[in-house]
Design a protein around this ligand. Structure first.
Ligand code: SAM
Length: 292
């Protein structure tokens, strides 16, 4: 892989040739270590029966490897300055399509239906623009798209929050949202030294696999996620105080909370961060019928 785009030599030559200055505001840090890509492709189990959606191809480091190992690649890139670079440097691959659009605005469902055979595997692979990691992932998993797995590079701390265990500082409403829809694991940690320019944070590759059914069954999804957010609203406060603030400090709410917590066997003096997703589900079902 000596001539890969994802090497310092080739990347610097491309940047020079096209006089490209990277935009920090777009999260442009390009990967210059081919081994990281090898490990990402292995984590995503990419083969010729797999199609890939890429977010933020940049100058094509990951795109190139996906084109070599997957069936077809559709990549979304916001920065139009990259169009001539990608067109020229990836000219030899006929299985790449670049769509110049903000991934948060794109109609991914329609693109998938038009471009891919539903019989093939479909993965999302990306070295994400870090400033929008969370909205990108939540958009994808909440949309319930026919995607088998996500293998995405992000800031290490964000990956840790997405995979945190109850009772830890990193555990929060984001952890619950990820766990509700997917099985999440950190595939490996990536040092900041493998990017140009070098970012101020380390990274991790997160692997998400969509669950066939949400992890817990709840009567009212919207109420459940709202309850979870409320429980974590002020992390130093007890569950009781956070829920009183959310639902109103009235006698009716007091009674509903007392009964609901009792029914779900949850001690009101606990902190939200100690509750498992199953406990949140039980509490949600016990409260929704009393507060609605
Ligand atoms: N894939 C390349 C690599 O690994 O070297 C580049 C990764 S770089 C961390 C993130 C890329 O996402 C940049 O090319 C940036 O222009 C692009 N990007 C930023 N915001 C975006 C958005 N809203 N939609 C699509 N792409 C975006």
């Amino acid at each position: 892989h000596e001539k890969d785009i994802a090497t310092p030599g080739r990347t610097n030559a491309i940047l020079k040739k096209y006089k490209l200055t990277m935009k920090k505001s777009l999260g442009q840090n390009f990967l210059v270590e081919p081994n990281i890509l090898t490990k990402m492709l292995a984590a995503a189990e990419v083969d010729k029966n797999t199609n890939a959606i890429e977010i933020g191809p940049g100058i094509g480091a990951l795109t190139e490897r996906l084109a070599q190992e997957a069936n077809k690649v559709v990549a979304f890139e916001l920065d139009r300055r990259l169009a001539p670079i990608l067109k020229t440097e990836l000219a030899q691959y006929e299985n790449i399509e670049i769509i110049f659009q903000d991934i948060l605005q794109a109609n991914v469902r329609e693109i998938i239906a038009e471009r891919f055979d539903p019989a093939d595997r479909l993965v999302v692979a990306a070295n994400l623009p870090y400033y929008i990691t969370t909205p990108i992932i939540l958009n994808f998993i909440e949309a319930d798209l026919p995607i088998d797995a996500f293998v995405m590079m992000m800031q290490k701390e964000v990956a840790q929050r997405m995979t945190a265990k109850p009772g830890t500082k990193a555990y929060g409403s984001l952890t619950i949202a990820i766990d509700y829809y997917t099985e999440a694991e950190i595939a490996f940690i990536v040092p900041r030294t493998v990017f140009v320019p070098r970012p101020n944070v380390d990274s991790a590759v997160l692997k998400l696999q969509r669950r066939p059914e949400p992890k817990v069954k709840v009567a009212d999804e919207k109420f459940f996620f709202d309850l979870v957010r409320a429980a974590f609203n002020q992390r130093r406060k007890t569950l009781w105080n956070n829920l009183m603030s959310r639902y109103g400090k009235t006698d009716e709410v007091k009674q509903a909370l007392t009964e609901g917590l009792e029914e779900a066997s949850i001690d009101p003096s606990r902190r939200g961060e100690t509750l498992t997703i199953e406990e949140f589900a039980a509490l949600s079902d016990a409260l929704v019928k009393r507060l609605h």
